[in-house]
Design a binder for this molecule. Sequence first.
Ligand code: GRF
Length: 189
Amino acid sequence: MTNARAAVFASGTGSNFRAIMETDNLLCDVVLLVCDKPGAAVMEKAEKFGVPTFIVNPKDYGSKANYERVLLEKLHETDVTWIFLAGYMRIVGPTLLGEFPARIINIHPSLLPDFPGLDAIGQAYEANVGSTGVTVHYIDDGIDTGPIIAQEEVPVNLDDTKEQLTERIQQVEHKLYPQVIQELVKENR
Ligand code: GRF
């Protein structure tokens, strides 16, 4: 059976992108990195793994719908059937959502519905919660609101710095996201 084909959308350092790429026997081929921030560190990682990068600046397209139509064309051209968001800092609009129903997933560094949006780790840290975690979920038109697929708790230690907590959360992200991807792709090739 041929592998499914996936695009990763990322705008940041790309540690989750790397974790996906380093997964043994990944059941899908990551054939495209979509990046909306020229110069983002994730681009070097894509080069290292030989994954073509599609860099798009939404500001060049006037509207979200126009921007997403350009993405859509590229995704169809590359025969992508899965989209994994990994630090893509935009809300996905109806143009993409409508074409990839239940095929766009995201990873978020909190136990949703707690601490959606920006700096989820900082939000949890400031709130002095005893534990936070990681969520992988389907995307809908809200901010980190789509149906939850998997979660893993990460305890917050009393003497944790925000950096220590961040590191432990990232370790869980790098394990959980590839695991979920493997399961979903296996069930829905
Ligand atoms: C991760 O914490 C992810 O949960 C969030 O954005 C961050 C991306 O980090 N959506 P990286 O670029 O994968 O290192």
